[in-house]
Design a protein around this ligand. Structure first.
Ligand code: HEM
Length: 345
């Protein structure tokens, strides 16, 4: 196996999850910015950053991540906030997700890894392992007493129910499921943590198995390190598009934006995920976590968690035995990823 094979098979996960939208994004990748009616596709890394840092965005518009967040409860869930309320909510979360917060949470996922990867001689599906790890982490982060797998399932269902809202309107819309949102908030001491749980669980369940599959297929087990984990996040771009809406007229890269335009910000292309060679600028690795005041507050946790996950797998040097793409999840990922050790000859 090789980097080219790892990239081809990972690209398949991305393309199969939302075939029409992602095929369109691939076909238009070379255009820095492209207007299609009232929808503007943003591929260029600089323009992507400029939109996220400089263009006023409508945080509660339908069809955006903020709109989906607002649909989960009555709003106030970071993605949908602006100004001082947003800054205050971020300060509160920074405490929990800063370096001390991550060190406090780390034993939670390390315990899951120790328990579930204690003996990887037989085949093992990594998706349920990651689901448990993500659920346990989200429970510790939010103070939920729910069983990790129950919390993870509720967070995935809330995200899938909102996915029709979250993705651009090239798709038939599904209303954010009120039932799914209610089931999730019932598990949390503070309903305002609903979007934190959704963001933490769904990105983790999408990202970790894809990174492990890439590592196995490209023969990278001997090179596992924090730098490799960051690079795999860049290459796989687990949250590949950020759907947003312009809140005011603006101009980016010579392209006028009008208030109300739908913006499809392609994080995957801003991260230069198609360039599978090391040495990309640091900004490319950061692009998968967004930019500006709403940039992902969980980036540090995500990087440490992925490093720990790959480190726990590395001694076994597992190979991918079977993989099935999840066509129902909000983010491109696997429904099953069976790995196991193969005798070395
Ligand atoms: C591989 C893992 C992850 C990726 C790729 C990712 C990606 C992103 C992206 C692209 C955004 C939007 C940024 C923007 O609008 O500029 C975001 C926001 C957010 N992420 Fe993450 N994320 C990951 C993991 C996590 C984790 C583990 C947590 C929590 C523990 C988390 C919590 C959040 C929250 C709360 C926001 C909303 C921030 C705001 O609007 O102020 N994320 N993430």
């Amino acid at each position: 196996m090789s980097t080219a094979t790892a990239r081809r098979l990972d690209r398949r996960v991305y393309l199969r999850s939302h075939p029409v939208l992602f095929a369109l994004l691939c076909a238009t990748r070379r255009r820095p910015v492209l207007r299609l009616g009232r929808t503007v596709l943003v591929h260029d890394p600089e323009v992507y950053r400029e939109v996220l840092t400089r263009v006023p965005l409508d945080r509660t518009a339908e069809g955006t991540t903020g709109g989906a967040a607002a649909g989960l409860t009555d709003g106030g869930l970071l993605f949908d906030q602006d100004g001082e309320a947003h800054r205050a909510a971020r300060r509160a979360l920074a405490e929990r997700l800063g370096s001390h917060g991550v060190q406090r949470l780390r034993p939670v996922w390390q315990q899951v890894l120790e328990h579930r990867l204690a003996d990887l001689t037989g085949p093992l599906d990594l998706v349920p392992v990651v689901r448990e790890l993500a659920g346990a982490t989200a429970a510790a982060l939010t103070g939920s007493t729910a069983a990790p797998t129950v919390l993870a399932r509720a967070a995935s269902e809330a995200a899938s129910a909102a996915a029709g809202d979250h993705l651009p309107s090239l798709f038939p819309r599904r209303r954010a499921g009120a039932d799914a949102a209610a089931s999730l908030t019932a598990l949390l001491p503070d309903p305002l943590d609903a979007m934190v749980a959704v963001a933490a669980v769904n990105t983790t369940v999408a990202a970790l198995p894809r990174a492990a599959a890439w590592c196995a297929r490209a023969g990278l087990w001997p090179q596992v390190s924090p730098e490799l984990a960051a690079e795999l996040l860049r290459l796989t771009a687990p949250s590949p598009i950020l759907p947003r809406v312009a809140a005011a007229d603006a101009e980016v890269a010579g392209c006028p934006l009008r208030r109300g335009d739908r913006l499809v910000l392609v994080a995957r292309h801003a991260a230069e995920a198609h360039r599978a060679v090391p040495g990309q600028p640091a900004a490319a690795a950061q692009a998968v976590f967004g930019a500006g005041p709403h940039a992902c507050p969980g980036a540090r946790l995500a990087r440490v968690q992925l490093t720990d996950f790959l480190t726990a797998l590395a001694p076994y040097r597992p190979a991918v035995l079977r993989a099935r793409v999840d066509r129902h999840s909000a983010l491109p990922g696997y429904a099953a990823l069976l790995v196991g050790t193969v005798p070395r000859g």
